[in-house]
Design a protein around this ligand. Sequence first.
Ligand SMILES: Cc1cc2nc3c(=O)[nH]c(=O)nc-3n(C[C@H](O)[C@H](O)[C@H](O)COP(=O)(O)OP(=O)(O)OC[C@H]3O[C@@H](n4cnc5c(N)ncnc54)[C@H](O)[C@@H]3O)c2cc1C
Length: 365
Amino acid sequence: MRIVVLGGGYAGLACLARLARVLPDADRHLVDPARWHLRRTLLHETLRKPLSDLRADFAPIARRWEFRHHIAQVDWTPARLEEWSRRGELPVGRRKLAFDALVVTTGLPGVRSRPSRARPPPVPLESLTTGPGVNAFKRLAGTEERAWVVGAGASGLQCLFELAAVRPQGAPLGLVEAADTIMAAEPEGLRKAVFERLDGLDIDIRMGTRYESFGRGRIRMSADGSSLSEPAGGVLLCTGPKVERIEADSAGRVLHGSRPLAGIYAAGDCARWKDVPFDAATAQTAVRKGRHVADTVARVAEGRSPEPWDVRQLGFFMSLGPHDAVGWVFKRAALISGLPAVAAREAIEARWDLLLRGLDSFAAF
Ligand SMILES: Cc1cc2nc3c(=O)[nH]c(=O)nc-3n(C[C@H](O)[C@H](O)[C@H](O)COP(=O)(O)OP(=O)(O)OC[C@H]3O[C@@H](n4cnc5c(N)ncnc54)[C@H](O)[C@@H]3O)c2cc1C
C-alpha cells in the first residue's frame, strides 16, 4: 500500500508518525516544497530568534519515521482532488506518484510576494515564514511612530506582546479588532488576564473597529459608520487569510457532495471536518487530527468503518511576551499564568520536539 501526505506541517508529520505505527509496511511519502518543517507556533518569536531556529530539516525526520520526502509544491483545487481520486495518482513535478491514500495537510496558504522596503505595505502575519517577512516585522518593531496590530486572535496578540517587549522606549502600540471581544471561544478569565496585561502596556486598543487601509504614514479604520485615521509607523495584519478549505467528514475523509472521495483525506488548517466537537486552527488540533486521519486510513485499508473524531479540547496556552503566558489544561476554569504557564507552553513545544526526533508521546493523550 502507498500513502502520500501532501504538506509536512503539524498535521502531516503527526500523520506520518502515526502511520509508521498503524501501517508499518506501507510505502510512505511526503510531498512538501520546503527542505524543512517550520514551527509556525513560534513565528511571533522571530523578533528575538533567527528563523533558522524554527526550522527542522525533513531529511533526519524522514529517516526516523521511514518516509520519502519529495520536494515539490502541488496545489489542490476541488476539481483536482476529484481527478487525483479517479486516477489514484498525484502529479509531482514531471512524475506521477501513484497512491492508495492521499492525505492533504497543506495548512493555510503563505505569502508569495516580497514585502517592499520603499513603501512599507501592511505586513501579513503569514509573511513571517520568510526572511523578508521577518525583516519587515523587525522594521515595524523599530519604528518610532505607533505600530498597529490588526486582529486580536491568539496569533495577533502573541505578536503584539512580542512587539511590546522590544519596542524602543515610549514608542506607542495599537490594536485594532473588528469584534467586540477577543478569543470568544476561550474562558472569560483568560480574556480578563489578557486585557489586564494589555492595560499595563498602555496600548491604544480599538475594539469593534474595522481596519480599512494603511499608507502615507496613516492607518484608516471605521467604527459605527465613521471613518478614522491615525498616525502609523506600520501595520501587522493578523486577520487570517480568507481561503477555501477542504470539506471532510468527521473521520477526515474528503467529501464530494455528501459522499467520501475514494482514497482522499485531509487534516489540519486546510480542512474543515464536519460535525466534530471543535475545529480550531491550532497546532494542537492539527496534530490530533493528523493522528486520527492516519487511523482512518488504516481502518479503511483493513475494510473497517472509520471512527468519527470525538474528543474534547485538552487545553489552550498563549504567550504574553518572552516571560509570561496564560492558559488552561483539562479544566477551563483553572487558569494558569506567569512562569507556570510559560513552562506548560515549553512542555508542549518539547513534545513536538520529541516527535521530530522520532518519539511519539502524543499516543498518551
Ligand atoms: C504567529 C503564530 C503563532 C501561533 N501560535 C500557536 C500556538 O501557540 N499554539 C497552537 O496550537 N497554534 C498556534 N498557531 C497556529 C498553528 O501554527 C497552525 O494551526 C498549525 O501550523 C497548522 O498546522 P498544519 O499542519 O495544518 O499546517 P502548517 O503547519 O501550516 O503546515 C503546512 C505544510 O504544508 C506545506 N505546503 C503548503 N502548501 C503546499 C503545497 N501546495 N504542496 C505541498 N506542500 C505544501 C507547507 O510547506 C507546510 O510544511 C500559531 C500560528 C501563528 C502564525
